[in-house]
Design a protein around this ligand. Structure first.
Ligand code: GUN
Ligand code: ZN
Length: 453
């Protein structure tokens, strides 16, 4: 073994306030399942969490020569997980004046048409991943476009960044412009080819991705279900019950279905590791069905407010015991920041007379999302053996956040200050597998240097 790559050289420790969830929020008061080390140490070996605990206890036991990165005064939390976002829509974020269906026609489809160009797709993928990292997001479930090359571009960029990304070619064979249309058969074969190329490679996961029921024929949805049956372990992602006009349209297109959700269920697309964005206009039976199938509701508050779609009923989802996680849904959503997303989720719930605690919000964006996606054995918490993807949050990031933080008295208030006043400015650094992938005030890693060159 070469000098300098022995066990000590592979160990790095990060000192700061360490906060994460060690159990499930539903199992009891969130306070009981969270772990806080005010002067803590996160010990990383070979990109994995080796130990977590109080600095005073762990520092003396580090191997000689282990590097200690001092983030005293800052917080170390697991990397955020965005369970629903569109990488091909960065260019049209903040496009005003429309609700879902006209917004798709007017802004989204033309923007996605540009992804037929592989070079454009690669440039957009690099921009998108940099934006995730700048916001502390280390894992995401991502919609590209209908083009195979858009998936290749995203996965290639994610592989370079060593990020855990879930994605898959959009399936859309009707009710969309010709330039974005595939066929049931071409969608099936292209997805198959992409699954073989990317699924399970490094930290990449394939998702069979019918855009939403209106843009897929019965034949295409049938083949989508077949794809999932033929490739155990792939994800499914789509949209459901976002907008009232959309729900009415689905009822016309699929008159045999009990509900919008029922369309997906009939084709075998409602299952574990299937992520459905929005889930607003559902009834109790739908919610029970999502829970029974072990599927995931992605709550996308900034999008739901921006597009005037409606208010996600978090309490009803919880009562049904369905998995819930958060999504930014850029570019229906207006921010890549999961802190901003928690903030808007809080406000949506206020409008419904519900309360989102800061514990719940952080849980949804970290361990809750990992659990929902079946990745909790690798992500979402600092359990030893997990991948060392984490965010460094800075309570001094802005004058206002610092001022509020100085007057907080409890952990709940501190977390609440981050989520209500924080955004990308509060992310001092983002680490992927124990290496800096984004540093707010400077650039340290070769990977990050390449990206910002
Ligand atoms: N439903 C179908 N496509 C989309 C999309 O691109 N964004 C959102 N928010 N909803 C959709
Ligand atoms: Zn979406």
């Amino acid at each position: 073994m070469n000098a300098g790559v022995g066990p000590a050289a592979r160990t790095r420790a990060f000192r700061g306030t360490v906060f994460h969830f060690v159990g499930e929020a539903q199992s009891g008061p969130a306070e009981r399942v969270a772990e806080l080390h005010t002067d803590g140490l996160l010990v990383v070996r070979d990109g994995r969490i080796a130990q977590v605990g109080d600095a005073a206890k762990l520092l003396p036991s580090l191997p000689p020569g282990a590097e200690v990165v001092d983030y005293s005064g800052k917080w170390l939390v697991p990397g955020f997980i965005d369970t629903h976002v569109h990488y091909a829509q960065s260019d049209i974020i903040a496009s005003p004046g429309e609700q879902l269906l006209t917004w798709l026609e007017r802004y989204t489809f033309p923007a996605e048409g540009r992804f037929a160009d592989a070079e454009h797709a690669r440039e957009a993928a690099d921009f998108f991943l940099a934006e995730l990292l700048r916001n502390g997001t280390t894992t995401a479930s991502v919609f590209p476009t209908v083009h195979k090359s858009s998936v290749d571009a995203l996965f290639a960029a994610a592989k370079e960044q060593r990020m855990c990304i879930i994605s898959g070619k959009l399936l859309m064979d009707r009710n969309c412009p010709e330039f974005l249309r595939d066929t049931a058969e071409s969608g099936y074969h292209d997805s198959q080819e992409l699954i073989e190329r990317w699924h399970g490679r490094d930290r990449l996961h394939y998702a069979v991705t019918p855009r939403f029921a209106p843009t897929s024929s019965d034949a295409q949805l049938e083949l989508a279900g077949k794809l999932v049956d033929e490739h155990p372990g792939v994800y499914v992602q789509s949209h459901v019950a976002e907008n009232r006009d959309e729900v009415r349209w689905v009822a016309e297109l699929f008159p045999w279905a009990r509900s919008y959700l029922d369309v997906y269920d009939r084709f075998g697309l409602l299952r574990p590791n299937s992520v459905y964005a929005h889930c607003i206009h559902l009834d109790e039976q739908d919610r029970q069905r999502i829970a029974a199938r072990d599927a995931v509701m992605s709550f996308c508050p900034t999008s739901n407010l921006f597009l005037g779609s409606g208010l996600f009923d978090y309490e009803a989802a919880r009562r049904a015991r369905a998995h819930v996680a958060l999504g930014t849904d850029v570019a229906g959503g207006t921010s890549f920041s999961m802190l901003r997303t928690m903030h808007e989720a809080y406000k949506v719930m206020q409008l419904e007379g519900q309360l989102l605690s800061s514990f719940d919000a952080f849980y949804l964006a970290t361990r809750g999302a990992a659990q929902a996606l079946g990745l909790a054995d690798r992500l979402g918490s600092f359990a030893p053996g997990n991948d060392a993807d984490f965010v460094v949050l800075d309570p001094q990031a802005t004058a206002l956040l610092a001022r509020r933080f100085a007057r907080t008295e409890t952990l709940a208030e501190q977390l609440f200050a981050f989520m209500m006043l924080g955004d990308d400015r509060a992310v001092a650094a983002t680490y992927i597998l124990g290496e800096a992938a984004h540093v707010r005030d400077g650039v340290t890693s070769s990977r990050a240097r390449r990206q910002y060159a």
